[in-house]
Design a protein around this ligand. Structure first.
Ligand code: PLP
Length: 388
């Protein structure tokens, strides 16, 4: 038999649910609440800054490997301004091609084959693929829904740690559940990480989209600064997901390791956009608050529409996704439900089962994105309410 072209590490990752559901949306003309990208672009001043950078010849040629100094400084300033965390822009900040590259570079840099990585389940789909690319093994710890929200059970986390565990891969605010890890949950995580001397990689791309409570960077907990690789990105915060400007903050030795992998992935990226994102990060508090309030209203609009349509709704504390349970509708298989939904009522959603190893735990849950125009959300809610 001919050897497959795709190597065995990637064999289980041939297609994504987003490709399938977006094709369904295109084929049926359905409203696509599957994929998480806004349908309006970020601030004009920031877009103009990118145009200016291109015109002025800033970033049109390879920028410096770690990122342009202006952006690295802006990232360090941002960490101080919002969280009181100090990072040296020269040795502790790295610019990447979105958070996606940062995650890949961190996994490829920090893992040996056979290492175990604990990731919160349901997990963002690139985590599993990147862990596999590194030859490591993912060990999910399931966030469990109760009392209208998803929670991390520190005992489950403790039980998942073995002598092979190298790294905890955290995501807060969490996609797809919309959970924002609490101070108590993060304190428990930090204690375990310190006790077992684990590395921690934190995906914080939704850091500014928190509606209830506050985003707490895991690096701010005792014993965590020196073991944490923090990852974020401009995509969600500034509604510019196509720009793919992300970053890593970490202590010098960890950052140098991640940079070693990053330099052979993209080397550098997004030159002019880096200058524009430096300006974006310095926008006044009013921008960040305005964006959050706008999305809070959208969260409430879609959550109410979904509840009216009969879904059990897990109102998210953060991100721009709302997770629902379809069992009150007499359904139990989220994948079949989502495959049928576009023709049944002209809406596309994503079954969260695809983000679980434990298929049973994820089966009845379906995720909707609310980073869309109000009229789109209203129309989607009306379609979902209408009898099939
Ligand atoms: C949890 C999470 N991490 C990372 C990303 C990707 O970020 P970027 O577009 O900056 O690569 C996303 C995008 O949806 C996400 O939801």
């Amino acid at each position: 038999m001919r050897r497959p072209y795709l190597n065995s590490r990637l064999a289980e990752f041939t297609s994504t649910i987003f490709a399938e559901m977006s094709a369904l949306a295109a084929g049926t003309g359905a409203i696509n609440l599957g994929q998480g990208f806004p349908d309006t672009d970020g601030p004009e001043a920031v877009r103009e800054a990118a145009v200016r950078a291109i015109r002025d010849g800033r970033g049109n040629q390879y920028p410096p490997g770690p990122g342009v100094p202006e952006l690295r400084q802006a990232i360090a300033d941002h960490q101080r301004r919002f969280y009181g965390l100090e990072f040296d822009p020269d040795t502790e900040v790295l610019v990447t091609a979105g958070a996606t590259e940062a995650i890949a570079a961190a996994m490829l840099a920090l893992l040996e084959p056979g290492d175990e990585v604990i990731a919160l389940e349901p997990y963002y789909d690139s985590y599993a693929a990147c862990i596999a690319l590194a030859g490591a093994r993912r060990v999910p710890v399931t966030l469990r829904p109760h009392a209208g929200a998803y929670h991390l059970d520190p005992d489950e986390l403790r039980a998942a740690i073995t002598p092979r565990t190298r790294l905890l891969l955290l995501n807060t605010p969490h996609n797809p559940t919309g959970t924002v890890l609490t101070r108590a949950e993060l304190a428990a995580v930090a204690e375990l990480a310190v006790e077992h001397d684990l590395l921690v990689v934190t995906d914080e791309v939704y850091e500014h989209l928190v509606f209830d409570g506050a985003h707490l960077p895991p690096a701010s907990f005792p014993g965590m600064r020196e073991r944490t690789v923090g990852i974020s990105s401009a995509g969600k915060t500034f509604s510019l997901t196509g720009w793919k400007v992300g970053w890593v903050t970490a202590p010098p030795e960890l950052l140098a390791a991640v940079r070693s992998a990053k330099q052979y992935l993209t080397f550098v990226s997004a030159g002019p956009f880096q200058y524009a994102v430096a300006e974006a990060l310095a926008l006044p508090d009013a921008y960040y608050e305005g964006q959050r309030e706008e999305l809070r209203a959208k969260r409430d609009l879609l959550s109410a529409g979904l509840a009216d349509a009969g879904f059990a709704v897990y109102r998210p504390a953060g991100t721009y996704f709302v997770t629902t349970d379809i069992r009150p509708l007499g359904e139990k298989d989220g994948l079949a439900f989502c495959r049928a939904l576009p023709t049944r009522c002209g809406v596309v959603a994503v079954p969260t089962a695809v983000f679980y190893d434990d298929q049973e735990a994820g089966a009845p849950f379906v995720r909707f994105a609310f980073c869309k125009k109000d009229e789109v959300l209203r129309e989607a809610a009306a379609r979902l309410r209408a009898p099939a």
